[in-house]
Design a protein around this ligand. Sequence first.
Ligand code: NIG
Ligand code: FE
Length: 403
Amino acid sequence: MGEAGICDRIWRDARLVTCVPGQPGVIERGVVAARDGRILYAGEASLAPPLRAAETVDCGGRLVTPGLIDAHTHLVHAGDRSGEAARRLRGESYAAIAAAGGGILSTVRATRAADQAALVASALPRLDALLAEGVTTVEIKSGYGLALEPERRMLRAARTLGERRRVRVRTSFLGAHAVPPEHAGHADAYVDEIVGAMLPALAAEGLVDAVDAFCERIAFSPAQVARVFEAARALGLPVKLHADQLSDGGGGALAARHGALSADHLEHLGEDGIAAMAGAGTVAVLLPGAFYFLRETVAPPVAALRRAGVPMAVATDCNPGTSPLTSLLLAMNLAAVLFGLTPEECLAGVTREAARALGLARETGMLAPGLACDLAIWDVTSVEALVCRMGPNPLQARVLGGE
Ligand code: NIG
Ligand code: FE
């Protein structure tokens, strides 16, 4: 504890959900103490060491959880694909629209035409919607530029968002999201460019926290993804994967073989993939917004993931095509209703497991000594009340790094 429990700020009379494995679901009369942005103590008031702080916040019995983490977003993009969504509602498939030059490539055209300021300006309202619901950490992908310059603009826009708002931003380079039109029919040549030019340059500029790819028949093959992952490893960067979303392409197992932080989507994940992910400690990031919006019928194998002990995160996948969703609370509700996660799993999925999916397990995602003091304070008294509603926003306050 050091210096007789002197801290900057104490939150008292909280119903605390620490999300630390093994601790009680809710700790009544909890207290959180922070110094220099880090948690000194989080737990029962009666067990706390003597604490003295310049400022004490009375939580009035409110629920206090770790600040929420959205571990998978495409928040930075331009354009509007609602017309495409309407076509899908009339019966066209996502794959058919993509094959005809729509889908991801339609957002690529709009994003390439936007300058950095426009990308930041259009993403800010989406970011603000997440923050208004208690998000303190957000992952933001590139992947609608698909060439060095526009990918750089997207990643710089993501960094700028982190400067314009009080939020921790983690970037993922998703150059391998789709084959750009100038390389149509020559995916391998585009992968050459990703591994030989784009990734090294962007990593050298400090714009890349992780490397992502889309492994799918309409995107990149396992062999192409493996080349991207090897290039990432050579640069010391962690990897993650859009895997087994539309078909079982062995994506979960591929991600696990490369020690990926996470494999995301996973509707069609098979038994081998589950076992491989369990062995590697790869987090399953579930994206119920895309499942819902694409009107998918095959849900990720949640019961088998649970049995195998694969950690499960939940994220919005906020993107203009398959998941135009800016509410992590609604993503939690969808994960409960559509995928069968318990309310506690939903909360862990947007805190502890989401932190793991971003390589931030030692930084945030739980209320434990030494971690950043990232809190969400809610005008409800139970985790169920956070998850089992659609629409209300009970956030009362958001704390990042003790502020
Ligand atoms: O996470 N699966 C691929 N990528 C996005 C969709 C992107 C898009 O359609 O623009 C996703 O669902
Ligand atoms: Fe995605």
